[in-house]
Design a protein around this ligand. Sequence first.
Ligand code: UDP
Length: 238
Amino acid sequence: MTNPIFKRVLLKVSGEALMGNQGFGIDVAVADRIASDIAEVRAMGVEVGIVVGGGNIFRGVAVASKGGERVTGDHMGMLGTVINALALATSLRKMNVDTVVLSAIAMPEICQSFSQRATRSHMDAGKVVIFAGGTGNPFFTTDSAAALRAAEIGAEAIFKGTQVDGIYSADPKKDPDATRFEALTHRQVLERGLQVMDVAAVAVARENNIPIIVFSIHERGGFGQIMAGGGRKTIVTD
Ligand code: UDP
């Protein structure tokens, strides 16, 4: 078997990715497909932490834009990430991948609470750890949670699964001349305002020297191919 290029990584799966072609919620077949890619990487011996988004269920700004309280909206968004985390954990367990959900917001009847120590012991025991509840704070995003958890668990890279296979010079779905970057620096991403992860997330990754690998979450086997040293992606490093 090919040796993986990393031993421990943080995968960011957006809520939108779990939605598939539906306009809302979770497409279980899509969650199962993403889980099978994660199972493949876990079988390579890679320790995997996952941060899931919640945009397929709720975004706090939606409440704020209609005159509601942003903080309440963000609480609703964070709860959405818990629903997604439970769905992805279910898909992984169906594939016999030992998986635990740790939430930034305590809800002990539903899942365990996040701590760095708990994460470490679960990962040492070979479990995939799904981080739910984002950072646990309003006004943040799950991209920031991904960078934060990556730093906390000592991940060697953040894998940002997106709708396309890397960072492009323009939106490849709209501009036929858009080209994919092979490599960029964190600074270039920030200075050029490239839409990869939000600014706070890129800043945390940069400060902690964590590369960000942007790839298509919808490419079957793509996660494993990159882990084996190939695949289509853009690498953001310093
Ligand atoms: N959220 C939050 N704090 C966090 C992470 C998320 O308040 O640390 C809320 C916020 O309202 C956000 C929603 O949860 O809009 C869903 O997260 P996000 O938009 O990052 O999900 P994604 O775009 O990855 O699906």
